[in-house]
Design a protein around this ligand. Structure first.
Ligand SMILES: *Cc1c(COP(=O)(O)O)cnc(C)c1O
Length: 380
């Protein structure tokens, strides 16, 4: 019996391993398939495909969800960042203080408007920009702080906003990975002057293509953003500035409006997966992600640290456990930023060498979490 049982479970494990992925977007589609398919067909026969009522409805519902006044949807998280900087009149000869431990798009947006990113070191526990490193980087060219709520965990948003106020700088939040994350009493994206979200499929709230959204506190900024997303004007024959063609389409907006109703549940499931990892992974060699007690981590990623990552990667590959390295290099080490190659921020460098992200998505099953945890516990 025992042999048979163990043989059976081994086979099960093998099957599970074969199917295991870092993320599986088809599972969520299956969950909402009926509603989404129906809504897509409605949009297709409506004749209204750009800036119609689905976009308006979604923007209004995000306002309610985040408890904020102004939202402008757009084509991507990257465009959200670019247009935010533009709306704040940030450009040539301006400096923006930001983190180099993030996705490339964060600093790319700064460079795209002609401004200069200035990189601050991070807190190795939270992976987020260290507010203590910001002040000494402020010069008379500094115009803004662009902070990132990385992996679904908020930065020390009150402190950063305070520094920005003190030096008369703008504070932009890159919330691409933090939809639904809270810090103290508020949602991320509502602390800064502007918050930028992405609806790329793997984010907390993902669509079936590209999408983004900007949260603005101030009506003037909001009005500029409305113009920027449609070639610099909102009326026919109005082009007050050089703008963009950056809109969320009706189909994606309709899909996002459906998913938004379930976002709290989806985040709860992510937190559940993380909770299981915290409970099951017991290995001194692995540092589990630190959770700031002032916020609610939404676990867009579950990122561990391990001293000898190369050895850990070999171990995971051998046991067919998928993983991701976010991020293996500080932004200032990419070829596109060769002008910054002299930069050396010790905490960023350390974390880039030690970080490793485990599979996490709302639909990840406990049996897979158990297998992954067991493999991690076997690492020596
Ligand atoms: C995904 C991401 C972006 C870019 O969003 P897109 O919608 O892909 O353009 C920007 N910043 C961070 C931190 C991201 O994770």
């Amino acid at each position: 019996m025992w042999t048979k049982g163990s043989h059976h479970s081994k086979k099960d494990n093998k099957r599970a391993l074969k199917k295991m992925k870092s993320f599986d977007l088809t599972k969520q589609y299956k969950l909402f398939k009926k509603d989404i398919n129906k809504k897509i067909l409605q949009v297709l026969s409506s004749g209204s495909y750009i800036l119609g009522r689905n976009v308006k409805s979604f923007e209004n519902n995000v306002c309610k969800y985040l408890n904020t006044k102004y939202t402008v949807s757009c084509n991507s998280g990257t465009d959200a960042l670019v247009m935010s900087l533009r709306a704040l009149n940030i450009g040539k000869d301006d400096q923006v203080i930001t983190t180099p431990f993030t996705y490339f798009a964060t600093s790319e947006a700064i460079s795209l408007v002609g401004a200069q990113p200035v990189f601050a070191d991070i807190n190795p526990h939270t992976f987020n920009i260290n507010p203590k490193r910001i002040e000494k980087l402020i010069t008379n060219k500094t115009r803004a702080i662009l902070s990132v709520n990385l992996f679904g965990q908020a930065c020390e948003l009150d402190k950063i906003s305070q520094i920005a106020k003190m030096y008369d700088l703008s504070h932009i939040e890159d919330c691409a990975q933090s939809f639904g994350t809270t810090y103290k009493t508020k949602q991320t994206g509502t602390y800064g002057n502007i918050g930028c979200f992405s609806f790329f499929p793997t984010k907390n709230l993902g669509c079936f293509g590209d999408g983004g959204l900007i949260v603005a506190k101030n009506k003037k900024i909001y009005e500029s953003l409305l113009k920027l997303r449609t070639h610099g004007g909102i009326k026919r024959n109005q082009h007050d500035m050089i703008g963009y063609n950056s809109r969320l389409d009706e189909i994606q907006a309709a899909i996002l409006d459906i998913k938004l109703k379930y976002i709290d549940k989806l985040i709860k499931q992510r937190i559940g997966v993380a909770g299981a990892y915290y409970k099951l992974i017991k290995n001194e060699k692995i540092r589990l992600p630190y959770k700031d007690i002032n916020g609610k981590h939404s676990f867009n990623q579950f990122t561990i640290r391990v001293k000898n990552r190369y050895k850990m990667e070999k171990h995971l590959i051998k046991h067919k456990i998928p993983y991701g390295i976010y991020y293996s290099k500080p932004i200032y080490k990419y070829k596109a930023y060769s002008a910054y190659s002299h930069t050396n921020l010790p905490m960023v460098e350390k974390v880039c060498n030690e970080c490793l992200s485990l599979p996490i998505y709302p639909e990840l099953e406990l049996k897979d979490i158990r297998i992954i945890s067991r493999v991690l516990n076997d690492y020596e």
